[in-house]
Structure formats: structure tokens, C-alpha cells
Design a protein around this ligand. Structure first.
Ligand SMILES: Nc1ncnc2c1ncn2[C@@H]1O[C@H](COP(=O)(O)OP(=O)(O)OP(=O)(O)O)[C@@H](O)[C@H]1O
Ligand SMILES: [Mg+2]
Length: 393
């Protein structure tokens, strides 16, 4: 092991102390053993913050409060300004809604976090904890001293006579984790769980899954503003998980370019028109010279084509992993799931039924003021709010 420079050691010690302090504050003994009954989830996306406060009672989940705080208008702000803005918004929300819970779950995705399915020689959990940095180093494309590592042992296997174990490895850039902790603590909350977007989404999937109705695996696409989380789940087990950097922002940029308009106008055009899928509708738009509708549809379809290419790559990888594998359905989430005719278009392109998931559908007593048009954006927040006792990082 290379000797770390002193300042890296100091930084690491500071980081651990900070994390330890936060965790100590957050976890009473019962909460530590069973997970908190009541948890507030804060999904800080690049477009909007999504908040869900959930109480678990006798196995049922109750939504106590929710919040949607748009952020995109101030996209040009510096990281420090963005941090201050988010802290202020969160504080205001907590006061306004009278949120008493301090335990908070949050998740990371995109460039700052990496997930790898890795086979290690069989070790106990504590043995792997002790040697994690050394074992993980070959699989992590970041400097191992600059990441926070987490793992979960999936199953024991025997490969070529060797006892091995299948493991999920998670590495998150330490500065990003620290930034997130600073924001949540700055808002007066106690970070209890730091998860990964795709894994948080699995919780929603588990809650609404009907094993009897399953025909093949489910492909999830959580299409946000900066990133699309893709996962393929087979009989409740995640087989593929990756982030694709084609998302809402890519669509808006394509529209900006096609129409020579600014970001806000492109957002408006994107949300107004979406995709024209019906040939008769397209013909009508051509005859009537609907320049905007046709131009937006064309720009969006070009971007979606790239996304479909990435989806095909992941599906091919999954299908090549074993016989009798198939994708039975595609489930869309994230703000872009609302794009007009996207699910229809993807269904035609990928030849699989596509549905848009409303994560709030898992609550029996969801309040009436929940906005249906924002619902698909809440996948990560709702999934996180269901998390108990599963800390990744
Ligand atoms: N009705 C709509 N039609 C098309 N796009 C929409 C619609 N509503 C929202 N969007 C887009 O959805 C995106 C925001 O989705 P979401 O809230 O899931 O992102 P985020 O979680 O903040 O981003 P990320 O996780 O990628 O950082 C934006 O690009 C926004 O323009
Ligand atoms: Mg998101």
C-alpha cells in the first residue's frame, strides 16, 4: 500500500470524525437496531429537490409530508451558492411543513458514484471490511484515497473449484459525500442513510411488484435532468445497473440548438410538444406547417435514438449473461417520463410494453394535493424514504 501524504490522512480523519459524529447524532439504539420508524428522504437532483417523509407502521408505509423544490433556474450559480441555496430551501421547507424528524436518507448518482458487481474470494463481512480498499482498488476508476467505499455480499458461488462470493461494490467521491453531508447538516438534519439512486428505486419496485404477474425481467429507466439511471431487475434481483448521460438536459440542449433559443424557452418547447408518434398526426402537422411541433419532435427523437442505443447495449449485455433471459416490460420514472408520447415511442422502438410509474401509488392514504404531473420524479425520494437499515456509504 502506498503511504498516503499527511494532508490526505488528515482529510480522511476529519471526514471520518464528521461522518461518525453525524451518524452518532442520528442513531438512537433502537433506530440503530431496527432503523428509524420515521424517515425523511431528500433527493437532491440537478433540476429539483424531492422530499418525502414516510412513517412505517405495521409494515405499511404512510406518506406524512412531501415537497418539490425546483432548482434549475439558478443553474449558473457557483457550487457554494448552490449549496447555500439548497440549505435555505430545505430549512424553509422543514419550518413550513413542521417536519420534526431529523433522520434523513439521501442518494447519489452520476459521475460521483460507481457501482460494480465483483466476484471476490470468499471472505466474511468483517474480513472484507478490513481489506476493502485493497480488494476494491482494481475495480474502481477513481483514486482509492479519494473515495468512500461500501459493499454488500450477494451470494456465495463456486467458480472453477474456487469458493467465491458475488458482491456489489459502491464507491462515491469523498468530496461529493462531504458536500451532501454538509448540506443536510446545514439544514439541521442528521444523515442516516446515503444510498445510490438506482438502489433507492428498487424499493419502490419491490413494494409494487407482483411476482405472479412477472414475465421476464423489468428494465427501469429513471430519466432525470443530468442522468438516466438504468437497471434491469429479474425476480427481485438487480442484474444490471448503470448511469447514462443522456437525459432531460440533453433534450433541452438539442432544442436550444435546433431553434437557437435559450434554456428556458427550450424547456417550455420540450414540455409543450414532446414527440409526434402517430403518422396521421405527423401528416397533419406537416400540412399545417406546425414548425415548432415538428422541430421539437425531430430534435427529441434524435436524442432518444442515442438513448435507445444505450438501452440496447445494456439489454444485450443482460441477455448474453445466461439462457432464457428476456425483458418483459420497461418502467419509466423521472421528470422526463412525462415527455409527451415518450412511453409510446419507446414501446415502438424497443418492442416491449412501456409504462410510467407513479411512486405514490404504494401509499394507501396519499394526500389529495399530490401533483400527478410531478409524481414520476419522486421515485428516488419515495424509495429512499422506505429504506431502513441499509447504509451503503
Ligand atoms: N412534462 C414534461 N415533459 C418533458 N420533460 C419534463 C416534463 N416535466 C419535467 N421534465 C424534465 O424532467 C427533468 C427533471 O427530472 P427530475 O426531477 O427527475 O430530475 P433531477 O432528479 O432533478 O435530475 P438528476 O437526478 O438527473 O440530477 C428536466 O429535464 C425537466 O425538463
Ligand atoms: Mg434525479
Amino acid at each position: 500500500m502506498p503511504v498516503k501524504p499527511d494532508d490526505a490522512n488528515v482529510k480522511e480523519a476529519n471526514f471520518k470524525a464528521k461522518l461518525g459524529e453525524a451518524m452518532k447524532k442520528a442513531k438512537s439504539l433502537t433506530a440503530f437496531l431496527f432503523g428509524p420508524e420515521d424517515l425523511v428522504a431528500v433527493d437532491i437532483g440537478t433540476y429539483a429537490i424531492k422530499i418525502a417523509e414516510v412513517k412505517l407502521e405495521n409494515g405499511a408505509a404512510h406518506l406524512k409530508s412531501w415537497g418539490y423544490i425546483p432548482l434549475a433556474a439558478k443553474a449558473e450559480a457557483s457550487p457554494e451558492e448552490k449549496k447555500a441555496q439548497i440549505i435555505n430551501e430545505l430549512r424553509a421547507f422543514i419550518i413550513k411543513k413542521g417536519v420534526k424528524v431529523k433522520e434523513v436518507a439521501t442518494a447519489l448518482s452520476g459521475n460521483s458514484v460507481i457501482v460494480r458487481y465483483v466476484k471476490f474470494p470468499r471472505l466474511t463481512k468483517s474480513e472484507l471490511s478490513a481489506t476493502l480498499a485493497t480488494e476494491a482498488e482494481p475495480f474502481i476508476p477513481f483514486d482509492i484515497n479519494e473515495v468512500q467505499l461500501g459493499f454488500h455480499i450477494l451470494s456465495d458461488i463456486v467458480e472453477e473449484g474456487q469458493k467465491m462470493m458475488e458482491t456489489v461494490l459502491v464507491a462515491a467521491k469523498r468530496d461529493v459525500v462531504t458536500m451532501r453531508l454538509d448540506i443536510l447538516q446545514g439544514a439541521g438534519l442528521s444523515p442516516t442513510i446515503i444510498d445510490v439512486d438506482s438502489f433507492a428505486l428498487e424499493n419502490v419496485f419491490e413494494m409494487q411488484r407482483d411476482p405472479k404477474a412477472e414475465m421476464g425481467a423489468t428494465l427501469y429507466l429513471n430519466i432525470g435532468h443530468s442522468v438516466t439511471n438504468l437497471s434491469i431487475i429479474e425476480n427481485g434481483v438487480t442484474r444490471v445497473v448503470r448511469d447514462i448521460f443522456i437525459s432531460g438536459n440533453t433534450l433541452s440542449k438539442a432544442i436550444m440548438k435546433a431553434f437557437q433559443v435559450d434554456f428556458n424557452k427550450a424547456e417550455e418547447l420540450k414540455k409543450t410538444y414532446g414527440i409526434i408518434v402517430d403518422p396521421a398526426e405527423k401528416e397533419k402537422a406537416l400540412q399545417e406547417g406546425q414548425r415548432e411541433a415538428l422541430g421539437v419532435s425531430q430534435a427529441v427523437v434524435n436524442v432518444v435514438k442515442d438513448m435507445v442505443g444505450e438501452v440496447h447495449r445494456s439489454v444485450d449485455f443482460y441477455l448474453s449473461q445466461g439462457p432464457e433471459r428476456s425483458i418483459g416490460r420497461i418502467v419509466l420514472m423521472g421528470g422526463v417520463a412525462r415527455l409527451k408520447n415518450l412511453s409510446k415511442h419507446l414501446g415502438i422502438e424497443l418492442k416491449v410494453p412501456v409504462t410510467v410509474l407513479d411512486p405514490f401509488s404504494i401509499f394507501k392514504d396519499a394526500p389529495a394535493d399530490l401533483p400527478a404531473d410531478l409524481a414520476p420524479s419522486f421515485g428516488v425520494a419515495v424509495g429512499l424514504a422506505l429504506r431502513r437499515n441499509k447504509d451503503w456509504l
